[in-house]
Ligand binder design. Structure first.
Ligand code: IPE
Ligand code: IPE
Ligand code: MG
Ligand code: MG
Ligand code: MG
Length: 328
């Protein structure tokens, strides 16, 4: 694995200038009534992208094909919300964003693994992801399963081997990442989704979203706090409320976009949930109801963020608004 990106400090002037450069999305926003906020901390996404591009996983010819499948899915066009959140959180607590790049990359590797497995014929059976044929379509199911497994293991190798910090803090972050992706997190949420075992009603649906998507997004914030030694609950709690609300908001909007989005913008098939008879915020509350709940969730997330960082955290605010108004 090449780690040369992790030692590099970001160019502050470039970062500062880029933070005022906003990308405009001239498409209808999913949440009518919420003013579109086209800003996204693009300079952080570029930093993440550069770091991911430099990662190599195979040191022998016999496994180069596996590495190819892993990098095929990892390096396709994506928003990088989880690693960008990690870098923005570092910035919000006065740390150098580049100092958490190994953790940030690990988050994206794990997210990519979850997408590869989510798309498999035995799961959502999708053929398009990140604007490309899904991993199993391009490399076969056997290799796609292994590519997902490989990304998961390499994520922890990266975090435990390359992330600087007090050993106890790195271990705490790794523990949180494992918990967020295990049975009490993403994989448990995926089980609720495929087995239909989420309790009925609004609370049950929220629980499904908290686990399936919310925990990994929340971990993108919380692992940075743990790395910085912020183990005390009174410091973590306001961030925790912000981060877990953000995760739920993200998945409510994903449910809305599955109905209202367009395949070229999403880079994945539109209408997958309906085809599979999935339980979503749209099936439970209708499109307008889901939009109302997303607006409420966005307000709660912004409110919690204001309490977590009373002095303001511009990039985390931008990400929160982007998640609510995104069209892809
Ligand atoms: C899609 O995640 C899968 C969900 C958790 C809903 P993203 O919308 O973050 O997808 P990419 O990473 O930009 O492709
Ligand atoms: C998947 O949720 C969440 C993951 C853990 C990958 P979805 O099945 O709704 O994600 P998309 O819509 O396929 O991206
Ligand atoms: Mg799914
Ligand atoms: Mg899916
Ligand atoms: Mg979806």
């Amino acid at each position: 694995m090449s780690m040369s990106a992790f030692g590099r400090r970001s160019n502050r002037c470039q970062t500062f200038r880029d933070s005022f450069r906003c990308r405009r999305h001239d498409i209808v926003v999913p949440l009518v009534g919420l003013a579109p906020k086209p800003c996204y901390p693009e300079h952080l996404r570029v930093e993440v992208e550069r770091c991911l591009q430099e990662l190599r996983f195979s040191s022998e010819a016999a496994t180069v094909g596996l590495q190819e499948a892993m990098r095929y899915s990892l390096l396709a066009s994506a928003k990088r919300i989880r690693p960008v959140l990690a870098l923005a959180t570092a910035e919000a607590i006065g740390r150098e964003p580049a100092s958490v790049l190994p953790l940030a990359a690990a988050l994206e590797l794990i997210h990519t693994y979850s997408l590869i497995h989510d798309d498999l014929p035995a799961m959502d059976d999708d053929e398009l992801r990140r604007g490309r044929p899904t991993c199993h379509r391009a490399f076969g199911e056997d290799v796609a399963i292994l590519a997902g497994d490989g990304l998961y293991a390499e994520a922890f190798r990266l975090l435990l081997g390359e992330q600087r910090g007090e050993p106890a803090d790195v271990l705490a972050a790794a523990g949180e990442l494992a918990a967020a992706t295990g049975v009490g997190g993403m994989v448990g949420g995926q089980y609720l989704d495929v087995a239909g075992t989420a309790p009925s009603g609004a609370q049950g649906l929220r629980r499904l979203h908290e686990l399936k998507t919310g925990r990994l997004i929340a971990a993108s914030v919380e692992c940075v706090l743990l790395l910085a030694g912020y183990g005390r609950r009174d410091t973590i709690d306001p961030f925790h409320i912000f981060a877990s609300e953000l995760g739920v908001l993200f998945q409510i909007v994903d449910d809305i976009l599955d109905v209202t989005g367009s395949q070229p913008a999403l880079g994945k098939r539109q209408g997958s949930d309906e085809r599979l008879g999935k339980r979503t915020y749209v099936t439970e509350f209708g499109l307008d109801g889901a939009r109302d709940l997303a607006r409420e969730s966005h307000a709660r997330a912004r409110d919690a963020l204001a309490r977590a960082v009373p002095t303001g955290a511009v990039q985390l605010q931008q990400i929160t608004d982007f998640i609510a108004t995104r069209t892809h």
